[in-house]
Design a protein around this ligand. Sequence first.
Ligand code: SF4
Length: 373
Amino acid sequence: MKKTNQKKNTGKKRTECIPVSDRMTKKEALAMLKAADLLDLGMTADSMRKKLHPEGIVSFVVDRNINYTNVCINKCTFCAFWRDEDAQDAYTLDKDTLFQKIEETLDLGGTQILIQGGLHPRLDIDYYVDLLKSIKERFNINIHGFSPPEICYIADSADLTIQETLHILKDAGLDSVPGGGAEILSDRVREILSPRKIKSSRWLKVMETAHRLGMRTTATMMFGSIESPEDIITHLDAIRELQDRTGGFTAFIPWSFQSGNTELLRKSKARIQKPVTAVEYLKVLALSRIYLDNIDNIQASWVTQGLKLAQVALRFGANDFGSTMIEENVVASTGVSFRTSKHEIISAIRSAGFIPAQRDTCYTILKTYEEGA
Ligand code: SF4
């Protein structure tokens, strides 16, 4: 990509689109992340968003995050959600509670549940198969579930390959796989953040296998902890490269590290960067839109950034507002608790100048909310 970002000498800096003719290289992306002007980046990302979504629609899904257990053997240092099995507040949801949550989701017009949990040493593949089948027997709802670390743990515990495991889960009712557990796809960073967690190659392997089995997945990135700008580019490049080969990612969701109640904050204060600012969030978001030219949808994260910054994100490359999140526990466990309703999401999207639309898991539009609707 040739960068010709010349300014007219008016004595005042003008904001300009950065010309993006060919595919951006890693080197160019790194230079942009380090030095590009925020508004130049934003305008470039916004023009890419307009090309991909010229109708001006910003979508959202009505769903609920169901965290079936908080028991987890991984104990990632950046996570405030996990508990030891014998902790007083450790839990595993029983089926009745789970079914009730799904019923409530359907009553609110939900089309999807995002079901994720910790790596519980006493839950085996039979538990997951039974769980999926019993949900599908009762409810017509999309199950977006089990991030790559969970899939690998289920596979390893059952002595199965990733492919065999995904096959079994898919047959039992798993529809799509969320991109959780990616954090930063750099093993140098993972070694510090989550030494027990699967390495980058396994995260990518789960996603590639799911795509080859016909399952759609999302990709995420948690930034703002201990990574360098180079690590962010490594992450984006790994996602783009896999998408080139499979086309299975529906969306990319960058969100910032929330440090509250985490071991990472307690034990390594000196190493953690300051909380991600609005400017840093918008820069990474815009760069993601530009670099991931093969992924249709980029999500704004109102759960970590709040509704107001999520509105701004819609002019920095994002075209999706994520989920209404009838329930959310993982980010909330860090003390960050932005809550909102479907009505507020519709109104936030509309007042930012876009047409709100409810979508399904695969980003098919189900209903648009034109002015006054
Ligand atoms: S991030 Fe996931 S794998 Fe890591 S401790 Fe938390 S629940 Fe466990």
